[in-house]
Design a protein around this ligand. Structure first.
Ligand code: UDX
Ligand code: ADP
Length: 466
């Protein structure tokens, strides 16, 4: 295939939107059309006020503003965009299955299959199909099967090109990634397809950072990269409990081990638990695949990363209850942060959801403040758990868009996201407005505990003795 001039991306979410915006910015000669079934989402991407795009990421609105209308388009006309493109990215969601075989572990490939069938039906010429969504190993072969047997004779090459961007730093990560990974067939056609995609990325990424592998290696590498990162967080979190019982301080331990160049300093920040759409889903997927092949020890090994993460969230909530004299019934608890990490409005699998759920069981009154997450999303997250009715969630949780108001009259504050702005608050003012003894449970080790203690707060930072 000669140079790519038209790209279609199915799925305008946290991955598809930013990735395509960056490709469009860096490759003005390529027309990039991002399509989605969700009309509201597409309308938001097309909002004349670029600050209203549906994904909040530092620097993203500038990238969209530069390319939108020039060579970047957002549309609900999926068929037309597939038809005209030489290369189609599949960037739809692959949540963990909530029913049937593999429930709670395997990825639900319903949306992927629908996409493949749609591509097969619409295509009139040969195309390169690129898996962007994180998928179980061997999904490419399923996609290929559908494309080859339900289409009208067009030829397809399937590439795996997993996205490694992290939310909150998506623009930086896309602009200068550690590496780009492209997996494809070893046949001549496969190699030509790989080259076509390499050429797209080579517009701004040094060639030596573009790795090419076979499809299976690429698919498995994505699951494994996330499993390794999550494992580091669970490993450091597993030590927080021990630190809280002894004189060891988790920050000091993390620094001491992280300076060993073999270990490295990243992903050693203790927290109330990792969240996000990828870590849990990908590990569950890895566990499921291992079990499918009868690899019990391998499955159990990785499953422990999730077990530790669940334990951490529950432990944090239980500790709050214990420190609030074993009852939070009717007590006002303020949550600072709801997003799964700072600099994103994404809340998928956020620890805050599970901590809130636990406290609501104990009849607490929760007041939430998050700088970027909208009220409707917070109620959606709680309703989605299905633990209690929507009315009960509304009764138990109030969303307040001023942090000082959210903390007024509270028995305790829980810091659940590491938003920078929390550090700059007037903590004396917050202290004065709270019930005494005023307690802070810092699930992110974000705030200066000594400073807070000098004001009068009782502080429990995760991983240090209070
Ligand atoms: C992750 C991977 O980093 C990325 O490469 C992949 O493409 C998608 O999944 P993301 O989920 O956006 O990205 O965020 P990440 O920065 O990895 O953080 C995941 C969770 O771990 C967050 O809840 C974060 O707060 C938590 N975390 C991370 C810690 O608790 N401590 C750390 O040291 C690092
Ligand atoms: P991710 O974090 O992987 O980007 P999101 O849930 O943010 O996941 O985005 C996936 C998007 O894919 C959603 O906006 C969803 O509406 C869209 N989508 C799912 N299936 C299809 C489909 N068959 N055609 C078009 N869009 C789809």
């Amino acid at each position: 295939m000669s140079q790519i001039t038209k790209i279609c991306c199915i799925g305008a979410g946290y991955v598809g939107g930013p990735t395509m915006a960056m490709i469009a910015k860096k490759c003005p000669h390529i027309k990039v059309t991002v399509v989605d079934l969700n009309e509201q989402r597409i309308a938001a991407w097309n909002d004349p006020d670029v600050e209203n795009i549906p994904v909040y990421e530092p620097g993203l609105s500038e990238v969209v503003a530069e390319a939108r209308g020039r060579n970047l388009f957002f549309s609900t006309d999926v068929d037309a965009a597939i038809d005209e493109a030489e290369m189609v990215f599949i960037s739809v969601n692959t949540p963990t299955k909530t029913y049937g075989a593999g429930k709670g572990q395997a990825a639900d490939l319903k949306w992927i299959e629908l996409c493949a069938r749609q591509i097969a039906r619409v295509s009139k010429d040969n195309k390169i199909i690129v898996e962007k969504s994180t998928l179980p190993v061997r999904t490419a072969s399923a996609i290929k099967d559908i494309l080859m047997h339900t289409g009208n004779g067009s030829q397809f090459q399937i590439l795996s090109n997993p996205e490694f961007l992290a939310e909150g730093t998506a623009v930086e990560d896309l602009d200068a990634p550690d590496r780009v990974l492209i997996g494809g067939d070893s046949t001549a056609e496969g190699q030509t397809a790989i080259q076509a995609l390499v050429d797209v990325y080579a517009n701004w990424i040094p060639r030596e950072r573009i790795l090419t592998t076979n499809v299976w290696s690429s698919e498995l590498s994505k699951l494994t990269a996330n499993a390794f990162l999550a494992q580091r967080v669970s490993s450091i979190n597993s030590l927080t409990e021990l630190c809280e019982k002894t004189e060891a301080d988790i920050n000091e331990v993390a620094r001491a081990i992280g300076t060993d160049s073999r270990i490295g300093p990243k992903f050693l920040k203790a927290s109330v638990g990792f969240g996000g759409s990828c870590f849990q889903k990908d590990i569950l997927n890895l566990v499921y695949i291992a079990r499918t092949y009868g690899l019990q020890e391998v499955a159990d090994y990785w499953e422990q990363v999730i077990i530790m993460n669940d334990h951490q969230k529950k432990r944090f909530a239980n500790q709050m209850i214990r420190e609030l004299y074993n009852t939070v019934n009717g007590k006002k608890i303020s949550f600072l942060g709801w997003a799964f990490k700072k600099d994103t409005n994404d809340t998928r699998e956020s620890a805050a959801i599970y901590v809130a759920d636990h406290l609501l069981h104990e009849q607490a009154q929760i007041m939430v403040y998050d700088p970027k997450v909208l009220e409707g999303q917070i109620y959606f997250d709680l309703d989605y758990l299905g633990t209690r009715t929507s009315e009960e969630n509304k009764k138990g949780v109030s969303v307040i868009n001023d942090p000082y108001e959210a903390c007024k009259g509270a028995h305790a504050i829980a810091v659940l996201t590491e938003w920078d702005e929390f550090k700059d608050y007037d903590w004396q003012k917050i202290y004065d407005s709270m019930l005494k003894p005023a307690k802070i449970f810092d699930g992110r080790n974000l705030l200066d505990a000594n400073k807070l203690r000098s004001i009068g707060f009782i502080v429990q930072s995760i991983g240090t003795k209070s």
